[in-house]
Design a binder for this molecule. Structure first.
Ligand code: BTN
Length: 266
C-alpha cells in the first residue's frame, strides 16, 4: 500500500489528500493526535501496517496481524454543535459499511454506535478521540480498523467467536487500496453532510443497516446497565431502546452488549 496507489483515482477534496504511511506505530490515533496538535490540516490521514498499542473503545485492545488490515486515523476539525455529538462515530461506521458492501457485495450491519458487522461478527470498528491543538482549538481523531485479509489462522484466538474479516467472508483476497479509497470517498461525503447539517440520509442508512437482534440487549454505561430492545437511531445519533415495561430510553453513549434470549429483569 503506497501513498501514490491510494491517491490515484481518489477524488476527495479534503479527506486523504495528505497521507503518511508507517510500517509500525504504537497506535495511528497517537500519531494523528500529535500531528493534529502540531497543526496538521483537516483530513490528514495516518496509516500503518501494524500497531503495537492498537486500541478500541472502553480501553480494549485492537489486534491485527501485520499487513492484513486497514489501520487508519483521520484528523477532523469540524466544531460539533451540541446536537451533533452522537454523530461522528456513526458517519464513520456508515461510510465503512457502505464501502465494504460496494466493493465486496457482502451485507454489512451497524452495531450502534461504531461497529460494522458481517453475519453478526465484527469486521470493523471506529474510535473517535477529541483533542485540542496548540491554539486550544478542538479537533477529532477518527481512527478505524478494518479486518481485510486476515485469515482464520492469523485471527487472534480470543477474537474467533466474535470477529471476522472480508477475506474470510468472501473467500478471496480484497484490495486494501480499493477499499480504503471507497471508505475515504464515503467518509468525505458523510463528513460534508455533517458540516452542512444534512445528516438525515446518513441516519436513514444507519437505521436500514442497524443490527437489531431479537434478543434483549444491555447498554453498559459507566456504572449502570440498562436492558431493552434496540429500536432505532434518532436524528442526533442516539440509540432508542425500549425497556421491558415498554418505556423508551435514549442513549448517546454506551455500548450494546448482547444478552442472549433469557428473560430480562430490571
Ligand atoms: C472499537 O471497535 O472499539 C474501535 C477500534 C478502532 C481501531 C482503530 S485501528 C486504527 C486506530 N488506531 C487505534 O489504536 N485504534 C484505531
Amino acid at each position: 500500500m503506497t501513498t501514490d496507489d491510494i491517491l490515484s483515482g481518489l477524488q476527495n477534496q479534503t479527506i486523504g489528500r495528505q497521507i503518511q504511511i508507517y510500517n509500525q506505530v504504537s497506535s495511528t490515533n497517537d500519531l494523528a493526535r500529535q500531528y493534529g496538535i502540531d497543526g496538521a490540516q483537516e483530513g490528514a490521514l495516518i496509516l500503518a501496517e501494524s500497531q503495537t498499542q492498537g486500541r478500541g473503545r472502553h480501553g480494549r485492545r485492537w489486534l491485527a496481524p501485520p499487513g492484513s488490515s486497514i489501520l487508519a486515523s483521520v484528523i477532523l476539525r469540524h466544531r460539533l454543535r451540541a446536537h451533533q455529538v452522537g454523530l461522528p462515530n456513526l458517519i464513520g461506521a456508515v461510510a465503512i459499511a457502505i464501502a465494504i458492501n460496494e466493493l465486496t457485495n457482502l451485507s454489512t450491519q451497524i452495531k450502534w454506535p461504531n461497529d460494522v458487522l458481517i453475519r453478526g461478527k465484527k469486521v470493523s470498528g471506529v474510535l473517535m478521540e477529541l483533542e485540542y491543538d496548540r491554539h486550544r482549538q478542538p479537533f477529532f481523531v477518527m481512527g478505524f480498523g478494518v479486518n481485510v485479509n486476515t485469515t482464520w489462522a492469523a485471527l487472534p484466538k480470543e477474537l474467533r467467536a466474535s470477529a471476522t474479516s472480508l477475506q474470510m467472508e468472501s473467500n478471496r483476497e480484497i484490495s486494501r487500496v480499493s477499499l480504503l479509497q471507497a471508505i475515504l470517498h464515503r467518509l468525505e461525503e458523510n463528513y460534508l453532510r455533517l458540516k452542512h447539517g444534512e445528516t438525515a440520509s446518513i441516519i436513514a442508512t444507519a437505521n436500514r443497516l442497524l443490527y437489531r437482534s431479537d434478543d434483549w440487549v444491555q447498554i453498559q454505561m459507566a456504572d449502570r446497565v440498562f436492558r431493552g430492545q434496540a429500536e432505532a437511531i434518532d436524528q442526533g445519533g442516539g440509540l432508542l431502546l425500549r425497556d421491558m415495561n415498554g418505556k423508551r430510553r435514549r442513549f448517546l453513549v454506551g455500548e450494546v452488549i448482547q444478552t442472549g434470549p433469557e428473560t430480562p429483569t430490571d
